[in-house]
Design a protein around this ligand. Structure first.
Ligand code: BGC
Ligand code: CA
Length: 342
């Protein structure tokens, strides 16, 4: 009896020790670890495009990545960073919740001497990027997406005189805007219509509603409300800062049995099939796959003490933004099939 008890004890001890080892053991000795987040897992583009590629590509590069959900709360992200720092990750890859809160996060990384790659939401505070030599940004040139969307809407508007329902030579539009203060949302909202004005075509905004979560629900609710409002019949164009919101607006249009030209940004798979079906007029590829790869490439280089873009195809802007900017591409009924093959 005594003997079997001590055998049992020994077995238990081994079990306890191996469990303890597994706890920290997920990190093989010398393996590079990336502490990452997504500002909100509910976001179609971030969760559907960027997150899977961050995971796939990090593993291809032999790095271990942990991606947490900040649930749209900057305070939550601040805590998550503290946890990553305590865990001694090799490098941080961070999707800001509030683009005006970058300095707090950069300060934390600097104090812990951990390199930091910000991605998707560019810091808006002046001097933030200059405050630490080991911080970089991976994203896009925000204005480019608005300009491309505007150019494609302008070309279609010119080719379809019947879109000017009231024949006043002016574009009566509604705008589904993303997060206020987000550089992508601000630039898309501005430049998409600026293109018309620059071409000498007047525009009239009938309504604009912003959503910090860029959500389909928001697109659906706002579009449904607008359609039944006093100006509902006058809407000639629906401009969406992203496809996620466009999907909602398309549902509302279908439910009301009306067809109004509508455009998005991102080129999500669903958007490509919507273009094929003719329910979406165009979108702009936001190349999340390459943004994810650049994020991992920079993170791995920084963590191993190399220069950020060493041995990669990415180049850093020399304007003080310390940014890699992945180009946007127009996606129309003429070329959408090329993107389905990707
Ligand atoms: C994307 C949006 C997304 C946002 C999140 C933008 O670049 O186009 O779909 O919601 O990033 O920050
Ligand atoms: Ca008009």
């Amino acid at each position: 009896m005594k003997k079997s008890l001590s055998v049992l004890m020994a077995v238990l001890m081994v079990a306890v020790i191996s469990v303890a080892f597994m706890g920290c053991g997920a990190k093989k000795s010398g393996q590079l670890t990336i502490g990452a987040n997504i500002y909100n897992f509910a976001d179609n583009f971030m969760n559907g495009v960027m997150k899977p590629e961050l995971e796939r590509y990090a593993s291809e590069k032999g790095a271990k990545i942990e991606i947490v959900d900040s649930e749209g709360q900057q305070a939550k992200l601040n805590d998550q960073i503290d946890v990553f720092i305590t865990k001694k990750v090799s490098v941080l890859a961070i999707n800001l919740v509030d683009p005006a809160s970058a300095k707090t996060i950069i300060g934390k990384a600097k104090k812990a001497n951990i390199p930091l790659v910000l991605f998707n939401k560019e810091a808006t505070e002046a001097g933030a990027m200059a405050s630490y030599d080991k911080v970089w940004y991976v994203g896009t040139n925000s204005a480019e997406s608005g300009i491309i969307q505007g150019e494609m809407m302008l070309a279609d508007w010119k080719a379809n005189p019947s879109w000017d329902k009231n024949n006043d030579g002016m574009v009566q539009y509604v705008m589904l805007k993303g997060e206020p203060g987000h550089p992508d949302a601000e630039a898309r909202t501005k430049y998409s219509v600026q293109v018309f004005m620059d071409a000498g075509i007047k525009v009239q905004q009938l309504a604009l509603e912003a959503d910090p979560n860029w959500s389909t629900q928001h697109g659906n609710d706002k579009m449904a409300t607008w359609l039944t409002s006093s100006f509902g019949k006058n809407i000639e164009l629906v401009i969406c800062n992203n496809d996620g919101m466009a999907f909602g607006a398309i549902n509302a249009l279908k439910a009301a049995g009306v067809k109004i030209p509508i455009y998005g940004v991102d080129a999500l798979d669903q958007a490509l099939s919507d273009i094929g079906e003719g329910t979406l007029n165009g979108t702009v590829l936001n190349d999340g796959v390459n943004q994810a790869r650049a994020t991992v490439d920079l993170a791995v280089n920084a963590a191993t003490g190399k220069s950020a873009t060493d041995g990669t195809n990415w180049s850093l802007q020399t304007d003080g933004s310390k940014a890699v900017r992945v180009p946007y591409v127009p996606v129309t009924p003429d070329n959408y099939k090329e993107f389905q093959k990707r």
